[in-house]
Write a protein that binds this ligand. Structure first.
Ligand SMILES: Nc1ncnc2c1ncn2[C@@H]1O[C@H](COP(=O)(O)OP(=O)(O)O)[C@@H](O)[C@H]1O
Ligand SMILES: [Mg+2]
Length: 245
């Protein structure tokens, strides 16, 4: 089982959109996938049609097994651990970075080999507890929009989380709008300084909003639209770094 966190300090950069689409693509290839929604906003849970009542607070508060909270989704091979607003308190239930790392690692190993891939949708936070969660993950996928703030957030994360090996970080560009001169210039100038970025981009697309009303990943609902194709390319580029069995 491999674990991928989708994380950024900046909110609204497309983390959740990325989580649900990559999860659907992996599941379609026959890889059993668990989406672990750790964001109290619970957008991934919503899009995947999870019922809010099966929330994971018993895991954090009462040390109940994580498996008690897993739900199947309408997509074969894709399960979800749904979140809700109660998750905002998980930081109070976990004492430290070390504790968070241990809780997540133990919970995942208790699931055995039921899943080939676990994707964690992270909240945009930089607490010790969140850091502990990231430490339990094999790879950290980092969406970065073409903005100074987003790239600064990326730099800050890498500086502060200096325990991570370079290969653990998988930064990529999201929400790029080629009609905007500023975006094109950003790629030409700013991005040059970051050769470690993945070469596949996710373009700005109105289809992303549609997912919230459709309550389905765009790769499932409208696989031919550019946003779905972008995610297919990202998944293809990402797969070798995940060392999936
Ligand atoms: N590639 C994209 N193009 C345009 N809008 C997007 C794109 N990806 C996400 N969005 C929209 O931006 C908002 C934030 O996306 P979301 O995936 O929820 O980000 P995060 O999880 O980082 O907060 C949502 O309204 C979403 O529909
Ligand atoms: Mg989100």
């Amino acid at each position: 089982m491999r674990t991928l966190a989708v994380y950024q300090l900046k909110g609204g950069v497309g983390k959740t959109t990325t989580v649900v689409n990559l999860a659907a693509l992996a599941a379609r290839e026959g890889i059993p996938v668990l989406v672990w929604d750790m964001d109290p906003q619970a957008a991934a849970s919503w899009i995947l049609g999870a019922e809010a009542k099966r929330k994971q607070d018993g895991f954090w508060n009462e040390h109940k097994p994580l498996s008690d909270y897993i739900q199947h989704t309408a997509i074969p091979k894709l399960d979800v651990l749904s979140a809700d607003a109660s998750l905002r308190k998980f930081h109070q239930r976990v004492d430290s970075k070390k504790d968070a790392k241990q809780r997540v690692s133990q919970a995942l190993s208790a699931l055995g080999e039921s899943y080939g891939l676990v994707i964690i949708d992270c909240p945009p936070m930089m607490t010790p507890q969140m850091e502990g969660v990231l430490k339990a993950c094999d790879r950290i996928l980092l969406p970065v929009e073409p903005s100074l703030l987003s790239i600064r957030a990326y730099q800050q994360i890498k500086e502060d989380f200096d325990w991570a090996k370079p290969k653990q970080w998988l930064p990529f560009v999201t929400m790029i709008d080629r009609r905007k001169a500023g975006h094109v210039a950003w790629v030409k100038k700013e991005l040059k300084a970051y050769p470690e970025f993945m070469k596949t981009y996710i373009a700005y697309s109105a289809s992303a909003e549609r997912m919230l009303t459709l309550r389905k990943p765009i790769v499932e609902e409208q696989p031919a639209v550019p946003l779905a194709r972008n995610y297919m390319a990202l998944w293809k580029a990402l797969k070798p770094s995940l060392n999936l069995k």
